[in-house]
Design a protein around this ligand. Structure first.
Ligand SMILES: [Zn+2]
Length: 275
């Protein structure tokens, strides 16, 4: 009787904890790598904070984020073009107030170091179509692009298309739960560009993270709600910042600001990872 009772207790315990625990393991994002996708020097930071710190330069980071989910890999942003790694002085901007980019390591070499091939990337999601975010999209010709329709349809400089027309794409109209379990969600945050988006990631140990894209470029602009002069829509930018602030509060999330080098220098870079 005693043995039968213990068996019954074990069975009950399995019913209560077993399935829930395994479901959690099977259907969650479980790893996030930060990849170095460029190092820049902004010539005049007042371009990003009108009227403030005029004529001063600032170092910019440029990150890509690689996320593992049981259903596949997602790469968030692709950084400046890998070709810049071969330029001894990097790529100087036409406007000296803009950003001079260098690339200490290619994206391809960092994926290779992790044993990941471009064809392993199921989803390629980009925050927006500025060159420091879309420099390597065609390294991944088979990956499904997740981009807002408003960004996809936005005419490029001189009216050109922003993407290769034959690249597989899902055109989004608002938020999108990538894997259907709430662990990786694209958040529509227009303003910097018409179809700008950010990313909410929930990891088992690290908890919730919001990856800003360029909804904000650095901490003091976040604290003071400053809107860069090149943004497509000032009011939409402010509304998106508020939306991110609300999301950060609701999810008790960390806000990781892509170009904020001071913050990035405190984070672990690949091959180290967050889980
Ligand atoms: Zn950028």
């Amino acid at each position: 009787m005693k043995n039968l009772g213990m068996l019954w207790a074990t069975f009950l315990a399995l019913c209560l904890t077993g399935p829930a625990a395994s479901a959690e393991n099977e259907s969650a994002a479980d790893k996030l790598y930060i990849l170095n996708c460029g190092e820049g020097v902004a010539g005049d930071i007042s371009r990003w904070s009108p009227g403030v710190n005029v004529g001063q330069s600032m170092d910019f980071a440029d990150n890509c984020y690689l996320i593992h989910h049981q259903k596949g890999w997602l790469l968030w942003d692709t950084g400046v073009a890998d070709a810049i790694a071969a330029m001894p002085d990097g790529q100087a901007p036409a406007d000296p107030k803009a950003t001079h980019w260098r690339r200490p390591k290619t994206l391809a070499s960092q994926l290779d170091q992790l044993g990941i091939k471009p064809a392993d990337i199921a989803y390629l999601a980009i925050s927006h179509t500025h060159p420091d975010h879309i420099g390597n999209i065609e390294l991944f010709p088979e990956s499904m692009l997740l981009v807002q329709k408003a960004e996809y349809d936005w005419p490029g400089p001189s009216g050109a298309a922003r993407f290769k027309p034959d690249h597989p794409v899902t055109k989004l109209e608002g938020d999108h739960d990538v894997f259907g379990d709430g662990s990786v969600t694209i958040i529509s945050t227009p303003g910097h560009t018409p179809g700008h988006q950010s990313l909410l990631v929930k990891l088992p140990k690290t908890g919730a993270l919001v990856l800003s894209g360029d909804a904000v470029h650095f901490q003091s602009n976040w604290e003071n709600r400053r809107v860069p002069s090149m943004n497509a829509d000032k009011d939409a930018t402010l509304a998106s910042m508020q939306r991110i602030a609300d999301l950060v509060a609701k999810e008790k999330a960390q806000l990781w600001i892509n170009h904020d080098k001071e913050q990035r220098d405190k984070l672990k870079m690949a091959p180290d990872f967050y889980n």
